[in-house]
Design a protein around this ligand. Structure first.
Ligand code: PCA
Length: 323
């Protein structure tokens, strides 16, 4: 009698007695302390709470489960159910994700939102073709230039070893006559200590996380682009979830996106102050450098539009309100 009563109560509360608990693994290439990963961890907690433990998401940070560059393929193959990647790094397989890395298109968080809204339908379609379902995207703070010596114009970068993380940073290094060096974000501190890099383009927050002030002395606020990280799941794994759990994941994702945008803004402000407090010179972009980089930026825009074809118009024409 007592057991029957408990069963009835559980059913009335909408909790099946034998509800199966599912466990997902989510791979990221960034550190657990990163604001992106902290946001993912909160997303995982919220999904677990909203589903009364029916879906648990275990987050594997710092390339521990799958290396950053291999995460989309690992998720598509179902080796892990979910993952995070940097969209501008996926440009080879996914040209429309490359819009993120075109310099001087996006100059504010409002513009990040606008670009993302315009990219999202195409990203959903392209991800679906690869068996992936996007959940949410969060930008890194604006990208600036770190150097070990003062820079006035692009020519001053010639011969420097420039750390890269996506096709844009590689092209910039090549075009200014620097030597591109591919260093994963979590190894920047080590690469600096070993003298493997003299400069890089990334956010203030990434400089802080890697305590770069030992080797790099200048930070120029280029505001060049705001690359986004995207969190996604294996489409089958998502389709196999009960509808209520699917809804909890989507709600959690929408909240994570909002929270992530706010965290990125906050990290941007705090990190620039932190660079200054550690003795770095934080400066606006010198006029000549701005001129040179804008020229490169225009070239990248044309190349990107040519590589993407008409899907680029669907993004850039409304982005610039050209209709
Ligand atoms: N940090 C990451 C990507 C962009 C950023 O701000 C990195 O440097 O790899």
């Amino acid at each position: 009698m007592k057991i029957l009563l408990i069963a009835a109560l559980a059913a009335a509360a909408g909790q099946p007695c034998l509800a199966q608990s599912l466990q997902w693994r989510l791979a990221t290439g960034y550190r657990a302390e990163s604001f992106h990963t902290q946001n993912i961890l909160q997303f995982a907690r919220e999904v677990e709470a909203a589903t009364q433990g029916r879906l648990k998401i275990e987050v594997a940070a710092n390339n521990s489960l799958v290396k950053l560059a291999e995460i989309p393929k690992a998720v598509a193959a179902g080796k892990v159910q979910a993952g995070e990647a940097i969209m501008s790094g996926m440009g080879k397989d996914l040209p429309i994700a490359g819009a993120d890395g075109v310099p001087f298109v996006v100059g504010s968080y409002e513009a990040v939102q606008k670009l993302w809204q315009l990219q999202r339908p195409g990203i959903e379609r392209e991800f679906a073709k690869q068996g992936l379902k996007p959940l949410y995207a969060v930008p890194w703070p604006p990208q600036g230039l770190y150097t070990n010596k003062p820079i006035r114009e692009a020519r001053d970068l010639a011969g420097l070893k420039m750390r890269t993380y996506n096709p844009t940073t590689v092209r910039i290094a090549e075009l200014v006559g620097a030597q591109p060096v591919d260093v994963p974000m979590v190894q920047v501190g080590q690469a600096l200590a070993e003298g493997r890099m003299d400069a890089m383009i990334t956010s203030a927050v990434t400089g802080v996380e890697n305590k770069v002030w030992g080797g790099l002395k200048h930070y120029y606020e280029l505001n060049a682009w705001f690359p986004k990280n995207i969190v996604f799941v294996n489409a089958r794994a998502f389709a196999d979830l009960p509808p209520g759990v699917q809804q909890a994941v989507l709600r959690g994702a929408a909240d994570a996106e909002k929270r992530g945008f706010a965290a990125s803004r906050e990290a941007a402000t705090n990190a620039t102050g932190e660079l200054r407090r550690n003795g770095m010179k934080v400066e606006p972009m010198p006029f000549e450098l701005a001129r040179d980089l804008r020229r490169l930026g225009e070239r990248f825009s044309r190349e990107w539009v040519a590589s993407v074809g008409h899907a680029a118009n669907d993004i850039f024409i409304p982005f610039y309100d050209l209709r």
